[in-house]
Design a protein around this ligand. Structure first.
Ligand code: LLP
Length: 416
């Protein structure tokens, strides 16, 4: 189902024309579809039916409280990487008992809060982290359930900045080192070994790297069992890609079916940490065309969203579809560079786009629901965008646009 269709020549978000949202809430503005979020989460649930599992949505993809709330109500768990993300999950009504804590640099304070909330599992990234966690857990006399993130050294065939499962990356411990970390964990008081995890990268468009990683993890699970360390769950991380342009990622159902087939009859709970495949195509970024500027080289459409609002094109040369909110079936198109007002040549949202654009038009960037708002900044002292969630015919403002006072809060001039 298309949650952002054209109806009567106007782009809609579920039941509401996006032009109405822009009029009411201004631009730039992120628009999320509750229906789309729920549908992708349910695809995971359906594919995992009949198998012990936990779907831990990766909060970093889109951490708006309304997004977390929507997923928590469906029974989601959460994958977090910071105290901030943990507190967001709690504020949104999420269950800490379904939280896994990833990340290479967890601080003792963050561990302590997670222990206090009795989260499901700490995904350890190094032998040193295990020692620190054991110390914090002993001090609080709380047991920390742990998994070791192994780096299976498989090539995810994705952009190098978002590839994480190669041995040269900073993440996890090598397969060789993993056994020693588990043996140490098994002998520490206040540490309970429960699982193994990996995350090999993001925006994967093939199943095979996941299966290669899974095979390596399963071999480790068997070796551990031989040593008397029996694991309860296996966490394959996130990483399933989505279609932004012409990519053909496997469907959620096909991906999960392949994992289940490889797992066979092993009594392991399957954990996943999907972010992008839940949120990316559940969001648009609305932006207004401020000026058209024709130079001998290019036609520039200067819009009011910029790299501070949506960093992915500038950082990864990511391609996001750009549509005019007014559908103009027969209008003549031209080739446009869609750029923002930030003072950097890298500030573009789309290059060489065939569009029919007039000054004042409203444009929509697709695939903006994941790694959009969460990667935004105040660069050029630009307040961050508003966020709304549509739910059928209702539109909810779920984050107010920042004010100038907001962006200067906590700053001080020097004393006289
Ligand atoms: N689990 C761990 C440990 C991760 O590091 C990540 C993402 C995920 C799960 C979720 O992965 P997903 O299902 O979303 O692929 N900013 C980049 C993406 C960075 C992903 C970082 N880790 C982008 O905009 O493409």
């Amino acid at each position: 189902m298309d949650y952002f269709p054209y109806r009567d020549g106007e782009l809609h978000a579920e039941g509401t024309p996006v032009s109405k949202i822009a009029e009411r809430h201004g631009t730039p503005c992120y628009v999320y579809s509750r229906g789309a979020l729920e549908a992708s989460f349910r695809e995971y649930q359906d594919a995992l039916a009949g198998c012990e599992h936990l779907i831990c949505y990766a909060v970093k993809a889109n951490s708006n409280l309304a997004v977390l709330d929507t997923l928590a109500r469906l029974g989601a768990g959460f994958d977090i990487v910071s105290l901030g993300e943990l507190e967001r999950v709690i504020a949104a009504g999420g269950d800490p008992g379904k939280v896994v804590f990833s990340g290479v640099g967890k601080k003792p304070l963050e561990m302590a809060r997670a222990l206090e909330l009795d989260i499901a599992c700490f995904n350890l990234e190094s032998a040193a982290e295990l020692e620190v966690l054991a110390g914090v857990a002993a001090q609080l006399a709380k047991t920390a359930r742990v998994s070791v993130r192994v780096n299976p050294d498989v090539d995810a065939n994705t952009h190098p900045y978002i590839s994480t499962g190669l041995k040269e990356n900073k993440f996890g411990v090598t397969m060789d080192e993993a056994m020693a970390v588990y043996q140490r964990a098994a002998e520490l008081p206040f540490i309970e070994v429960v699982g193994v995890d990996c995350h090999i990268g993001s925006q994967l468009t093939q199943i095979s790297p996941f299966i290669d990683a899974l095979k390596r993890l399963l071999a480790l699970v068997d070796d551990l069992a031989d040593q008397g360390i029996v694991l309860h769950h296996l966490d394959l991380g996130g990483g399933l890609g989505v279609c932004y342009r012409d990519e053909q990622p496997p469907s959620i159902g096909d991906y999960i079916a392949a994992v289940r087939a490889e797992l066979g009859e092993r009594p392991l709970t399957l954990v996943f940490e999907p972010g992008r495949s839940i949120a990316a195509n559940a969001g648009l970024l609305l932006t207004r065309v401020e000026y058209l500027k024709r130079t001998p080289e290019h036609n520039f459409a200067l819009v009011d969203a910029a790299m501070n609002d949506m960093l992915r094109p500038a950082l990864y040369q990511a391609w996001l579809d750009i549509r005019n909110a007014r559908q103009q079936a027969s209008a003549a198109t031209e080739c446009w560079e869609v750029v923002g007002p930030v003072c950097e040549t890298g500030d573009f949202l789309g290059k060489q786009r065939e569009l029919s654009i007039e000054q004042g038009d409203l444009l929509a960037l697709s695939g903006a629901g994941a790694y959009g708002f969460t990667m935004s900044s105040n660069y050029n002292s630009r307040p961050r965008a508003a966020e709304v969630m549509v739910d059928g015919d209702s539109v909810h403002l779920v984050r107010e646009r920042e004010t100038l006072a907001d962006i200067m809060r906590g700053e001080h001039r020097l004393p006289d």
